[in-house]
Design a protein around this ligand. Structure first.
Ligand code: F6R
Length: 608
């Protein structure tokens, strides 16, 4: 995951920036860079590889103001020219996390104005845009605010200008950024662990905030440009702990990290006009050309990701797909098809059942193997010929959250690549999918705003023993995932059904004590789902409906509506997962369970 550090101080900030980057190394990256302001000039050092390499290259660099970045590229070789910070006109430098959705449009506009692009990144657009406003006589703060108003997407940025040696600007929308307050010095970072070396006083910026920091103080402006006060938290963490920051539990933190985790996983999309098989490995193009079907093997939440992917793969790519629970597949006598692509999905990459299922698949004659995994160099990744790493960063809460949504993002990329290869995708359809993927991090951020409402809704569940989750089509696996989240951390017995199955049995369970949670996106099955929900209401069942825009649900007696902001088409399952994660989390808080370490469960299931 990408990381940002920035500093303005009466001392040389280079060691602070480098130490900060080192503290962010655990998030994974493949290139790094820094910029300092020195004698009204920007001095930039970048390198691919480890922060240690950047440190060696920065030996002669010093300055009192600077920004630094670690970048984790997914598309093509990570290169020095794509490493951040990016510079405009030798004057403005920017480090950025996130995805700018309208970067193509802005790039064309800025190129017409005479700006020359030296990287393939969307970040460079931000640098030139800020420069274009700065060159018209605006202050650095005003120029940054004006540029941000033109950006669509999710971001955290750090900005400095060569002729402004005492001013550090930071801004966030959709990606985390915090301000560190020292004695006569100030810092920004995407993660508290980067700043514990210099201060324990942290200000967590809110959505849309812009901060202007100098040696003497700082000012924060909210999304509307109004001056804002934000509390200073004194961190209790030591330099060595994995930080929780402003959150109560890792699960809550990891739910909130999803916009950034999605942006990191989708970085390939953001910087390209079209998707190529190479994102799954050098041998992917040749392998994909030979396959005629897909077999997905996984456990638990990762299995649910596979179930969603089956809908995408069959509908969009037109390729037959089976999804099996790894612990069943490994002992089942099955028929191998050498033209099948075996896809294993795992957060940890060390789940014993999934590894054994993959070994079994290979033994019985499957040749094409692909792992979608969150841990680079894990055993599972090493067992597969092809790989795609999700960029969720470490997941500490036992209940999987950001790993799941990034798995879905990776599986959607696989779908598009296969659809293209099989001649099932027009150029226009590909562009539309890429557009939707770029928008995903900010759409996820918008869903997170439902948190206070969901926390209130959770109170209804405090005394419940059972719950039923309903979904249809693409969202049936999301119902399964919602039920799994609820049962594992709140210990409420929860089951999920495709809504059309209700009348074939489970309807017998419905009464006023049975909360029924319905996942109700505005898709082709909405009217069918509505009829199923009528069946529930008619039996006195209490309905909790997670609907998105245009579904025309209304709260009424026995119907509690959670209105999601927008419908995301094929990507809707990713967005609909988030409120269910929050619901499980807040119900668990009501129940007083150990959210991050639920009883009887382990994070990595390395035994059969
Ligand atoms: C549920 C959960 C588990 C895991 C399962 C597979 O929240 O985390 O169901 O999804 O144990 O683990 P991985 O993905 O590491 O193979």
């Amino acid at each position: 995951m990408c990381g940002i550090v920035g500093a303005v101080a009466p001392r040389n900030v280079v060691p602070i920036l480098l130490e900060g980057l080192q503290r962010l190394e655990y998030r994974g990256y493949d290139s790094a860079g820094l910029v300092v302001v020195n004698n009204s000039r920007l001095e930039r050092v970048r390198s691919i590889g480890r922060v240690a390499e950047l440190t060696a290259r920065s030996a002669k660099t010093s300055g009192h103001l600077g920004i630094a970045h670690t970048r984790w590229a997914t598309h093509g070789a990570p290169s020095e020219r794509n490493a951040h910070p990016h510079i405009s006109s030798d004057l403005i430098a920017v480090a950025h996390n996130g995805i700018i959705e309208n970067y193509e449009e802005l790039r064309a506009q800025l190129t017409a104005q005479g700006y020359v692009f030296t990287s393939d990144t969307d970040t460079e657009v931000i640098a030139h845009l800020i420069h274009s406003h700065y060159a018209r006589g605006n202050s650095l703060l005003a120029a940054t605010q004006a540029a941000l108003a033109e950006l669509v997407g999710a971001y955290a940025i750090g900005v400095v200008a060569a002729d402004n040696p005492d001013q550090l600007i930071g801004a966030r929308k959709g990606s985390p950024l915090l301000l560190g307050v020292g004695g006569g010095e100030h810092f920004i970072a995407s993660d508290v662990s980067a700043l514990l070396q210099v201060t324990k006083n942290m200000v967590y910026l809110e959505e849309g905030d812009v901060v202007e920091a100098s040696l003497h103080g700082y000012r924060i402006f909210d999304a509307k440009g109004q001056a804002a006060q934000r509390p200073v938290h004194v961190s209790e963490l030591t330099n060595d702990s994995v930080e929780l920051g402003e959150y109560r539990h890792y699960m809550q933190k990891e739910i909130h990290e999803q916009p950034q985790a999605l942006a990191d996983t989708l970085e390939a999309v953001c910087n390209s006009q079209s998707l190529v098989p190479g994102i799954f490995g050098a041998a992917a193009a040749a392998a994909f050309a030979q396959v005629d079907s897909i077999l997905i093997l996984a456990c638990g939440t990762s299995h649910h990701a596979g179930l969603v992917a089956r809908y995408w793969l069959e509908e969009i790519a037109g390729i037959p797909c089976n999804v099996e629970i790894a612990s069943e597949y490994r002992y089942r006598v099955s028929v191998a098809n050498p033209k099948t692509l075996v896809v294993t999905i795992s957060q940890s990459g060390e789940t014993a059942d999934t590894m054994a299922a993959l070994s079994h698949a290979k033994e019985i004659g499957h040749e094409h193997t692909l792992s979608i995994c969150n841990v680079p160099e894990s055993a599972l990744v090493r067992l597969s010929k092809l790989r795609m790493l999700t960029r969720a960063g470490p997941e500490i809460g036992v209940a999987s959250t950001k790993a799941f949504t990034t798995q879905l993002a990776a599986l959607f990329l696989l779908t598009i690549v296969l659809a293209k290869q099989r001649g099932r995708l027009s150029k226009e359809a590909e562009q539309q999918h890429l557009h939707d993927l770029r928008h995903l991090p900010s759409a996820a951020q918008a869903v997170l705003k439902l948190e206070p409402e969901i926390a209130k809704l959770a109170e209804h569940f405090a005394d419940k023993q059972h719950a039923l989750f309903l979904g249809r089509g693409l969202h049936y696996p999301i119902a399964l995932e919602g039920a799994l989240k609820l049962k594992e951390i709140s210990y409420i017995h929860a089951e999920a059904y495709p809504a059309g199955e209700l009348k074939h049995g489970p309807l017998a369970l419905v009464d006023s004590d049975m909360p029924v949670i319905a996942i109700a996106p505005n898709d082709a099955l909405l009217e069918k789902l509505k009829s199923n929900l009528q069946e529930v209401r008619a039996r006195g069942g209490e309905l909790y409906v997670f609907a998105d825009a245009g579904t025309r649900f209304h709260s009424s007696d026995g119907v509690h509506l959670m209105q999601m902001p927008e419908h995301a088409g094929y990507l809707s399952p990713i967005l609909h997962t988030i409120p269910l994660q929050l619901l499980a989390y807040y119900v668990a808080l009501q129940k007083g369970t150990d959210v991050d370490k639920p009883r009887n469960l382990a994070k990595s299931v390395t035994v059969e």
